[in-house]
Design a protein around this ligand. Sequence first.
Ligand code: 4AD
Ligand code: MG
Length: 465
Amino acid sequence: MERTLIKKIFKDELVDQEALIKGWVRSIRKSKKFSFMVVNDGTCQGSLQIIIDADLENYEEASTLLIGSSVAIKGNLVPSGGRGQKVEMQGMAVEIIGKSDDSYPLQKKATSLEFLREQAHLRVRTNAFGAIFRIRHELAQATHKFFSDKGFYYLNSPIVSAVDGEGAGETFRVTTLDAKNPPLTDKGDVDFSKDYFGKDTSLCVTGQLEGECFASGLGAIYTFGPTFRAENSNTPRHLSEFWMIEPELAFADLDDVALLASEYIQYMIKHALETCGEELEFLVNRKGAEVEEGHLEMLKHVRDTPFIKITYTEAIDILNASGQKFQFPTVWGNELQTEHERYLTEKHYKAPVIVTDYPSDCKAFYMKQNEDGKTVRAMDVLVPGVGEIIGGSQREENYEKLVAKMDADNMDKDGYWWYLDLRKYGSVPHAGFGLGFERAIMYITGMSNIRDVIPFPRTVKNCDF
Ligand code: 4AD
Ligand code: MG
């Protein structure tokens, strides 16, 4: 007999027929005449209740199974009298596939998200993490569909790189040299010409520079891949390894990609509401959830409302006029700190905000310089609860201006010759952005720690599993 997914049983309300299900035992209640077993197979939020009659040949063994055991159960699907699901199963045969034991860490009582982080290999077997990772899957699918439908080509940008694409010095080095006894140059520095790639290499902090190359040929591309940053930031919003989606568009300016960014976020929200309604309901209503009341209504509102767009200078004016006391000064030229971003999105606008035209000193070398000589055509998309989920810009397409900026930032231009070439051969105005996938998942699910929306988080001093 072929296996039926529990998702299908609930969706099609299959009754009065036989079915074979396979999954993991979530709970068992035993009595003399029969037992109730609850089984989840990962395909949907709901678990199937199975009534197991004491007549069953292996009743004693089946009814004393422990939580976490895996089973295959054949039975009749019948309408359920109880509250909750509309269908349940009258078990006819229970095959025990893999037993669990009483040291299984996920016992029935609610376990905290913190505890479950230490059980990352098992936590996907809980309702909360099942929901999060099904939503993550749907948002990835939505991402490909959104960009592909708009004519963007999917680019696999490289993971190992010889340049620091953000110029921020937060790279993880990639080397096969012996750390204890590396070859040295005459000057006593490590001699990377003897290293595997013959030069100093690192894991990518962005795929943008390669994305610009491909946009300057295919017209429009997007990347969707892992990104690595050795930031020493131990916060609920930073990972050392995260996933980023980076669209890049030729013949486009900042306004074009600001609109694209808002449409993309709205598309993801729409898709999550359509495909993961039960998962979202579960997450926002679960015990101990720190999700703001009205989260789903908020998402619907954001889905349907154009985003607010202000300049950095306007943002500073709003902060200065707020009468609010901030820890960091709100002086023109300073970075916007988390407290400032939160004020703008959570108190002032109570909505996502796109902030544009930042002081050039706050931003990366590749951004297009404005006429004023002080600001660049940058944007950050800020959202309530999370802060920055997108960073982007129009790119400097003028060769001389870009070189001057790299020199001013004391960058070693050698490795970037190919990037500079784009400005020599048919340079065009172009723009793009990067969306932090985990930050977007946080925003949509209402989860407050980024470690809970990636399967196996890597953070400062933490690389288990
Ligand atoms: O603002 P960032 O640094 O921009 C870039 O990387 C550009 N190259 C993007 C582009 O224009 N193509 O990073 C983009 C986004 C941030 O807004 C944030 O959402 C996410 O990536 N991000 C992180 N997410 C988790 N952990 C970290 N350490 C992150 N650093 C950035
Ligand atoms: Mg940024």
